[in-house]
Design a protein around this ligand. Structure first.
Ligand code: AMX
Length: 467
């Protein structure tokens, strides 16, 4: 199996000019993963072709007017291979529930958080890697994490008051000059080779994301001066990211691995996954797609909710002190509604039960630091809010906590209190999911997205004629 890539001294390093050629994958595990994909892809392509030929004109479901107004809400409109969300059970990565992944996925600490590198392998191939494969992916991601000097300088030039997500998105975009897919597309690569040309980009985006994110952290909070050693060969992806942010306890390494795994993927219709896929469908390379994905994640109703959520808990602590009680929580929820705001961390567009991503984070907090006041507050809110919300707002479809309701409290415990930065952590995690799915989009030859649209007047006319 060969990967198509420019000859380069180091994977992910800036390639020499005019050196397009096919060279073998250097790392055995990545070579094996690519070989596995090369076997899987024709099988899934075959199924897709059968679908198109034999069932392409069948009506799958009817579409309600409200779904059109609601931004295609709940409509089955995308093929997405890496994960699927159940309204009652939460996300499944390649058919594996988070509960199962917590038990079965390979980890670096026995019985501890799953290894993010192992879940990348799972999302791409549908299988867990063995020990050797996992160790090799850890090394491979390190080797691919090179960031050009001019990108480092660019990030250091960003004003400190520019939001971390803006800096992160721009930093990833600045790495786009390294896209192997863009180079090969310009050179006239055949359509059936797109996925191979994109493979390195997808893995490289994941590998570089934590380093760009750490540079942003350093630029904003440490004046660009105190970035810990980039390369620490002993550390895996999650531990190294924590290390680059300046956190070096084993518990923080475990939290980072857990955080990365839980936030990776949430099927195709959420804003960040869909933005990534939409932009990629124009054959924009993975750097362009990922930056678009981050811009969507930066919205307060999506990934920014985690920082909003922590702010909301801190309002309670500010108002009532550390001896708050459940009545204080009820009062603060009412106050939130009275001031025309939503209660952050609660509700979901698809989920109708407690998000298992919340449950696993809360479990981590209650296991590792059960007496932490903020974790106790998160737990008490969980006991109070799901019953309270429907009483105040009967139309709320899901009064249960989502992924953002606990993460900030866990990070605060370790002293990571720069909460404007929290969505960047979410973005680094999302790279694993959206890059895996983008690779599959190109492998399946999915076309450019182009849904139809309608004016309000036009929709009204259509709707009247349906009666
Ligand atoms: N607090 C107060 N009101 C809420 C609410 C909450 N947490 N969640 C929903 N509602 C309101 C909606 O604003 C809507 O009110 P309206 O009819 O007056 O406009 C009504 O309840 C019905 O909304 P819904 O169908 O239950 O939710 P939705 O699918 O339209 O929106 C979401 C989903 C997540 C945007 C919404 O629940 C929300 O704003 N939650 C708080 C923000 C949050 O936690 N976002 C993170 C989501 C997860 C993620 O992507 N990271």
């Amino acid at each position: 199996m060969f990967s198509i890539r420019r000859a380069a001294t180091k994977m992910g390093a800036r390639p020499a000019k005019n050196s397009l050629q096919i060279i073998p994958s250097r790392n055995f595990a990545i070579h094996k993963l690519k070989g596995k994909l090369a076997e899987m892809i024709p099988v899934v392509q075959g199924r897709l072709n059968t679908l198109k030929k034999e069932h392409g004109d069948k009506v799958l479901e009817t579409v309600k007017v409200n779904q059109v107004i609601g931004g295609m809400r709940g409509m089955t409109g995308l093929v997405y291979e890496t994960s699927k969300l159940s309204a009652t059970e939460g996300i499944r990565y390649r058919g594996h529930s988070l509960d199962e992944i917590m038990k079965m996925a390979p980890s670096f600490v026995e019985g501890g958080s799953p290894a993010p590198e192992g879940i990348l392998w799972l999302l791409l191939s549908g299988e867990y890697p063995n020990k050797q494969e996992l160790d090799d992916v850890v090394i491979d991601l390190k080797e691919r994490s090179y960031i050009p000097e001019e990108t480092i300088e660019l990030i250091r030039s960003f004003p400190k008051n520019m939001h971390p997500m803006t800096q992160f998105s721009m930093g990833m975009l600045a790495c786009q000059s390294m896209s192997t897919f863009a180079q090969h597309y310009r050179a006239g690569i055949a359509k059936n080779k797109y996925w191979e040309a994109m493979f390195d980009d997808c893995i490289n985006v994941v590998a570089k994301s934590s380093k760009v994110a750490a540079l942003v952290f350093n630029n904003i909070y440490h004046d660009g001066k105190h970035l810990p050693e980039f390369f620490d060969d002993k550390l895996d992806f999650g531990a190294k990211y924590a290390h680059m942010l300046g956190y070096d306890s084993e518990d923080m390494y475990e939290l980072m691995r857990l955080y990365l795994v839980l936030h990776m993927d949430h099927e195709g219709g959420n804003v960040s996954a869909h933005a990534n896929r939409l932009v990629g469908s124009a054959l924009s390379d993975p750097y362009l797609s990922f930056s678009a994905s981050l811009n969507g994640l930066a919205g307060p109703l999506h990934g920014l909710a985690n920082q909003e959520c922590l702010r909301w808990y801190l309002e309670i602590l500010d108002k009532y002190g550390k001896h708050w009680n459940k009545d204080d929580i009820v009062e603060h929820v009412h106050h939130t509604f009275d001031s025309g705001r939503v209660v952050p961390g609660y509700g979901h567009a698809v989920l109708r039960k407690t998000d298992p991503r919340f449950t696993h984070q809360l479990e981590f907090g209650l296991t590792h630091f059960p007496t932490d006041n903020l974790i106790q507050l998160v737990n008490a809110c969980y006991e109070v809010i799901p019953e309270l919300l429907p009483k105040i707002k009967p139309s709320i479809a899901n009064p249960y906590p989502n992924v953002d309701a606990c993460s900030g409290a866990l990070l605060m415990h370790f002293g990571l209190n720069q909460f404007d930065y929290y969505t960047v952590l979410f973005g680094v995690s999302r790279a694993f999911g959206v890059m895996s799915s983008l690779l599959w989009d190109r492998a399946l030859g999915l076309p450019i997205e182009r849904p139809g649209s309608v004016t309000v007047e036009g929709l009204l006319e259509k709707a009247k004629n349906l009666d």
